[in-house]
Design a protein around this ligand. Structure first.
Ligand code: SF4
Length: 460
C-alpha cells in the first residue's frame, strides 16, 4: 500500500512545525498557563477519580444505548416546540441548513463556538451561498479573521501571541498598532454587538443534549453563545448524536468536570439550558428553534467494540494539552477538525480509515492523555487498537510488511538469529529501519557477536 498524500502532508508539516522555535515558545507559554490553572481547578474535588469514574460510566452507558436515548430526547424536544433535522453526513447537514436559511430569506448569521460546525465546514458553505457569517467567540473570531482553522478544540487561537493578534487587527481593521488585549477585546465587543442586533439567525453548538427535559446545555465564558441563541428570531443548534446525557441532574457532574479540565475554572461563566423556542408570555428567546443532529461517521465508530468508548469524549481538550506530540507539532499539523490524542483515535473512523490511520501512529504511547481524561477514555490503548486494525487490514507500506515478516521469522528462531552475522543484521536494519527512525537519530548498532556468544562471555 502506498503512503497516502495526507500522511506525507502530515509528516512534512510535523517536520517543519516541530523545529519552529517561535511556535514552541508560544505553545509552551500557553500550555503552562493552562497546566497551572488546571492543577488549581481540580482541587475542587475531594475525590477526582470517583467523579471521573462516574462521568465515564454515565457516558459509556448512554453510548451503548444511544438509539433509545435519542428517541426519547427527540420526543421531548419536539414537545417543547423545537424541530429536529437528522443528518447522516456533513453534506446532508449543510444542505438542510442552507435550505432553511434560504427559506427564511436570511442573510446574516451570528455563530458561537462549535467544533461540529467546523467538522461539516459550515462557514465555508454559508459564505459560498452569500450568507454573512461571523464567529462571536473571541478566539474563533480571531482565527476567522486570520483565515485559519481553530488550532485547538477549546482554545482556537492558542498558537497566537497578543502581539500577533494586535498586528492582525491592525492589518484587518486598521486599528492602532500594538493594542493591548483589553483594547482588542473592547474593539471586538463593539463590532460584534452590532452583528448580534442585526443577525437573522443564530447558530450554536451544544455541549450536552439533556434527554429527560428535551433541551440542550451550552457552556461558555463570554456570553456570546447566550446572545447568539437568544437575540435572533431563529436559533439553529448543531450537535453530534453522541452529545447526549441522561438528564439535567447530570450537569452537576459534567459542567464542573468540563470546566476544570478545559480551562481550570470551577465552572465556566455562562451556562445555559435551552428547551425550544420562546413560549407564550416569554419575552426572550428565538421564535423558532432547530436542532441538527449529526451522525457523520459516529455510527461507524459506534460499530467498533473497543473504539466506541471514544464517543464518550466531552471535548475538554485536556488530552491535547498533555500530549508531547501535540505540544511539538501543534494543532494545524493534524489537518483535521479534532487534533491531539482524541483526534488521532476518532478521525480515522469519522473520515476514511485508510487515509487517516497515520494519526494513530503519531503517538509516543506515554499514556498521559489517558491519565488526564475526565471521562477516563483509555486513549493510548485505543491508538494501539487502531494501529492493530490498520495492520490487519493491510494498510501499511509493503516495505514495512516485509521487514516485519522477516523480523518475526528471524526473532522467533534463536538458531537463525545466531547464524546471521552482526554485519548483515546492521545492513538490513539500515535498509528497513533507519529511514523510519528519522535522520536526526542514529539507529542503534547491533552487536557483531550473537546473544549466545555475549552471554557465554559474560558467564565465563
Ligand atoms: S478524550 Fe478526554 S481528555 Fe480528550 S478531549 Fe475528550 S474528554 Fe477531554
Amino acid at each position: 500500500m502506498k503512503v497516502s498524500a495526507e500522511t506525507k502532508l502530515f509528516l512534512s508539516a510535523s517536520e517543519k512545525v516541530g523545529f519552529d522555535k517561535e511556535h514552541r515558545k508560544k505553545i509552551k507559554f500557553n500550555i503552562s498557563k493552562y497546566d497551572d490553572a488546571v492543577s488549581e481547578g481540580i482541587k475542587l474535588y475531594r475525590n477526582i477519580e470517583l467523579a471521573k469514574d462516574r462521568a465515564g460510566h454515565i457516558k459509556y452507558k448512554v453510548v451503548n444505548e444511544l438509539d433509545q436515548y435519542l428517541i426519547e430526547f427527540e420526543d421531548k424536544f419536539l414537545k417543547n416546540g423545537g424541530k429536529i433535522i437528522w443528518a447522516r453526513d456533513a453534506n446532508e447537514a449543510v444542505k438542510e441548513i442552507i435550505k432553511l436559511i434560504n427559506n427564511k430569506n436570511a442573510k446574516t448569521v451570528v455563530k458561537s463556538k462549535s467544533m461540529t460546525t467546523e467538522e461539516i465546514e459550515l462557514n465555508e458553505a454559508l459564505e459560498k451561498n452569500g450568507v454573512d457569517v461571523v464567529e462571536t467567540d473571541l478566539g474563533e473570531f480571531i482565527v476567522q479573521q486570520a483565515g485559519q482553522k481553530p488550532y485547538h478544540i477549546v482554545t482556537p487561537a492558542m498558537h497566537l501571541s497578543k502581539e500577533d493578534v494586535a498586528s492582525l487587527y491592525h492589518e484587518k481593521f486598521q486599528t492602532e498598532e500594538n493594542l493591548s488585549p483589553e483594547e482588542l477585546t473592547s474593539y471586538t465587543r463593539d463590532l460584534l454587538r452590532n452583528k448580534f442586533i442585526n443577525a437573522d439567525i443564530g447558530i450554536s453548538g451544544a455541549n450536552f443534549l439533556l434527554t429527560d427535559i428535551g433541551g440542550i446545555a451550552v457552556t461558555e465564558n463570554e456570553g456570546n453563545a447566550f446572545l447568539s441563541m437568544s437575540f435572533p428570531k431563529i436559533h439553529i443548534a448543531i450537535a453530534g448524536i453522541e452529545k447526549i446525557i441522561p438528564g439535567i441532574k447530570d450537569l452537576d457532574l459534567f459542567w464542573p468536570l468540563l470546566a476544570t479540565h478545559g480551562t481550570g475554572q470551577h465552572l465556566t461563566v455562562y451556562n445555559s439550558i435551552i428547551t425550544g423556542p420562546k413560549k407564550n408570555g416569554e419575552k426572550d428567546g428565538p421564535e423558532e428553534m432547530y436542532l441538527v443532529l449529526i451522525d457523520n461517521g459516529r455510527t461507524q465508530l459506534l460499530s467498533k467494540e473497543r473504539q466506541r468508548q471514544a464517543l464518550t469524549c466531552i471535548r475538554c481538550g485536556a488530552c491535547l494539552n498533555a500530549c508531547p506530540v501535540y505540544k511539538n507539532i501543534g494543532g494545524h499539523t493534524y489537518n483535521t477538525t479534532y487534533s491531539g490524542p482524541i483526534g488521532a483515535v476518532i478521525t480515522p473512523h469519522l473520515k476514511d480509515f485508510k487515509t487517516y490511520k497515520h494519526l494513530s501512529f503519531a503517538s509516543s504511547l506515554c499514556g498521559k492523555c489517558t491519565t488526564v481524561c475526565p471521562v477516563k477514555i483509555p486513549l493510548h490503548e485505543l491508538l494501539l487498537v487502531n494501529r492493530n486494525d490498520a495492520v490487519k487490514n493491510g494498510y501499511v507500506p509493503f516495505s514495512e510488511k516485509q521487514s516485519m515478516k522477516w523480523a518475526t521469522r528471524g526473532l522467533k528462531s534463536r538458531k537463525l538469529t545466531n547464524i546471521i552475522s552482526g554485519k548483515t543484521k546492521n545492513k538490513f536494519a539500515g535498509m528497513f529501519a533507519s529511514k523510519s527512525w528519522g535522520n536526526r537519530r542514529t539507529f542503534p548498532k547491533i552487536a557483531d557477536k550473537s546473544f549466545n556468544e555475549l552471554w557465554k562471555e559474560k558467564k565465563d
